[in-house]
Design a protein around this ligand. Structure first.
Ligand code: MN
Length: 187
C-alpha cells in the first residue's frame, strides 16, 4: 500500500517535471533501473533513497511520501505511518507548507536503533524534540543525548543521525528548507 503511494507520487512528480528516467537518475544519483522499479512498485525504496530523490528534485520529503498516505486530507486523523523495513518508521505530522518552507515528522526508534542520514540540500536545518524515551542525535560528528521534553536544532546539510536509547524513543523531527525547495518548476 505504501509502496503504491510512493510509486505513484514519484511517477507523477517526474512526469510533471518532464524528466526521463535517465535524466532523473542523473539528478538524484539513484540508478535508472532502481527508479523504474520504484515507480512500478517492484521495489520498496529505503529512506536513504527517498532522501536522494528529494534532494535531486529539490523537493521536501513529504512530496514523496505524503498526499496518497493521508487517511483523510485535512482531518485530524492525519497520515498513515510508513515503516521502512529494518529501519525507522516515519509519520507525517504536518506536511510541507511552501509558505513556511517546513514539514514535521514523527519518528520512532527501537532500542539502540541507529539511523545515519546523508547531508540534505544546502541550507536545510532540522530540529528534534523528544516525545518519549531517550535518544542521541549526531550533530557535527558528536552524539548529543536527549530525553523526553528536550530538543536540539542542527544543520542537516551535513551528515547527521539519530540513535534510540535503552527503551527506544519517539520524536518530532522538523525540517526547514531553503526558499527554492518545493517550487513546482523542478528543473
Ligand atoms: Mn535528516
Amino acid at each position: 500500500m505504501t509502496e503504491d503511494a510512493i510509486a505513484s507520487n514519484l511517477r507523477k512528480i517526474r512526469k510533471a517535471a518532464g524528466l526521463s528516467l535517465s535524466k532523473a537518475a542523473e539528478l538524484t544519483s539513484v540508478s535508472k533501473a532502481m527508479l523504474g522499479q520504484i515507480e512500478r512498485g517492484e521495489s520498496s525504496p529505503t529512506i536513504a533513497t527517498l532522501w536522494k530523490i528529494a534532494k535531486g528534485f529539490h523537493l521536501p520529503l513529504s512530496a514523496l511520501i505524503g498526499a496518497a498516505l493521508a487517511v483523510r486530507p485535512d482531518s485530524k486523523e492525519g497520515y498513515k505511518t510508513v515503516q521502512f523495513p529494518g529501519s525507522i518508521s516515519v509519520k507525517i505530522v504536518f506536511p510541507f507548507d511552501p509558505e513556511m518552507g517546513g514539514e514535521t515528522f514523527q519518528i520512532a526508534l527501537t532500542p539502540g536503533q541507529s539511523h545515519i542520514s546523508q547531508p540534505h540540500e544546502l541550507g536545510v536545518t532540522e530540529e528534534v524534540f523528544v516525545l518519549e524515551g531517550e535518544m542521541e542525535v549526531l550533530r557535527e560528528e558528536e552524539w548529543v543525548a536527549l530525553k523526553a521534553g528536550e530538543g536540539l536544532r542542527f544543520r542537516a546539510d551535513q551528515p547527521h543521525g539519530y540513535r534510540g536509547g535503552e527503551m527506544g524513543a519517539v520524536f518530532l523531527n522538523m525540517h526547514h528548507y531553503p526558499r527554492h525547495v518545493g517550487v513546482p518548476t523542478v528543473i
